[in-house]
Every structure is written in structure tokens, then in C-alpha cells.
Design a protein around this ligand. Structure first.
Ligand code: 5GP
Length: 201
């Protein structure tokens, strides 16, 4: 008799206010752990200078986005800072079944919906060390105009109140230490017995 052990993929939800650093931590995770697939969201926001269609996002028109909503293609979708963003369902289901881990970088409304729809997911809230640092980071990032930055800071206040709905939280003081914490979470979660499927052949 031989033993074959497969593992179901993990759905990892990284969420938190814009500028807290979830994007950077997510990219580090994808570079370090090659078993992770990045779920590319659809959005009606226009691309920034450093973004590529089909890599960072699927940049869609309102009508294209509406069509995907009508076809029930989204696991969740939400309006974030005046633009629509949505997580495509099928790539997630396919990858998890194959044993591939899936990373979602989504806002708190999306995270609340994913936690409800997929209670097996692992949710991590990334916190900025302070509002001052969050504001500084949004300015340094230089991707948003001042009005947009103020809108993101106002939203951050509401988002932080949802922290207790998440499995884990990381205060992103320094990116290296935060990444270390994230890797501890990922490693422990990957080792959970519920993800293992032993088969005796
Ligand atoms: P940005 O425009 O800065 O790329 O993203 C703005 C916010 O939208 C970020 O908090 C990001 O995590 C979130 N976001 C990106 N994709 C999705 C998605 O598919 N669903 C939801 N709900 N939020 C998303």
C-alpha cells in the first residue's frame, strides 16, 4: 500500500487601508513562495503609469464590469474610493482545488464578503503604525492626488474598526519584520491538518 498526500490550496486575504503596505507584502510573498497565485482583480479605475493590464488588474470599462456582474463571475465586488473592484471567482476555485495557494489583495468590504462566502480563508489585516505615517506613505507613493489621499485617509478610519473580523493583524512598522510575521502565519496555516488529504493506494 502506498500513501499519497495532497493539500488543498489556501485562500489568503490581505486587507487593510490603502498605503498600509499590503501590496508590498503581497509582492514579497509571491516572490518568496512560488506556490502562490495572485488573484488579478477587475477594476473600472484607470491604470497608473507603472501598471499593466492583465498583470496588476484587468482594467475594464463600466459596461465590461457590469457584464461580469450579470454573468455572476465575481466572488465579491465593491466600490472602493469611487471605483469598482471585483475578485473573479473561477481562477480561485480552480487553483485551490489544484493545491495552489491564492492571494487576494482587497479592501475591507471585499474581505468581509470573502470571509462570509469562504470561511476557510485566512484573513490578515495590515495596519499602518500611525495615521501620520499612513499619510506620509500615501504622499511618497505619489500615485494619487491630494483629494484622493484625503479620501483614502477618511476611509482608513472606518476600515480599522473592522479589525476584529480578521484572523490575524500585522502592524507594518518595518516591512522586513512584517514580512517575517506574514510568513509565520502562512507556514502555520499551511500546516493545518484540515488542508491535508491523505489517500492510501
Ligand atoms: P488601488 O486603486 O490602490 O490599486 O486599490 C484600492 C483598494 O482596492 C485597495 O485597498 C485594494 O486592496 C482594493 N482592491 C483591489 N482589488 C480588489 C477587489 O477585487 N475587490 C475589492 N473589494 N477590493 C479590491
Amino acid at each position: 500500500m502506498s500513501l499519497e498526500i495532497s493539500r488543498k490550496g489556501m485562500l489568503l486575504v490581505l486587507s487593510g487601508p490603502a498605503g498600509a503596505g499590503k501590496g508590498t507584502l503581497g509582492k514579497m510573498l509571491l516572490r518568496t513562495d512560488k506556490n502562490f497565485y495572485f488573484s488579478i482583480s477587475a477594476t473600472t479605475r484607470g491604470p497608473r503609469f507603472n501598471e499593466t493590464h492583465g498583470v496588476d488588474y484587468h482594467f475594464l470599462t463600466d459596461k465590461e464590469f457590469d457584464n461580469l456582474v450579470d454573468q455572476n463571475m465575481f466572488l465579491e465586488y465593491a466600490t472602493v474610493h469611487s471605483h469598482r473592484y471585483g475578485t473573479l471567482k473561477q481562477p480561485i476555485v480552480d487553483n485551490i482545488e489544484k493545491g495552489v495557494d491564492v492571494l487576494l489583495d482587497i479592501d475591507t468590504q471585499g474581505a468581509m464578503n470573502v470571509i462570509k462566502a469562504y470561511p476557510d480563508c485566512v484573513s490578515v489585516f495590515i495596519l499602518p503604525p500611525s495615521f501620520e505615517i499612513l499619510e506620509q506613505r500615501l504622499h511618497t507613493r505619489n500615485t494619487d492626488n491630494p483629494d484622493e489621499i484625503q479620501k483614502r485617509l477618511r476611509n482608513a478610519r472606518k476600515e480599522i474598526q473592522l479589525i476584529d473580523k480578521y484572523d490575524y493583524a500585522i502592524i507594518n512598522n518595518t516591512v522586513d519584520l512584517s514580512f517575517e510575521s506574514l510568513m509565520h502565519i502562512v507556514k502555520a496555516e499551511k500546516s493545518k491538518t484540515k488542508r491535508f488529504m491523505p489517500r492510501f493506494l
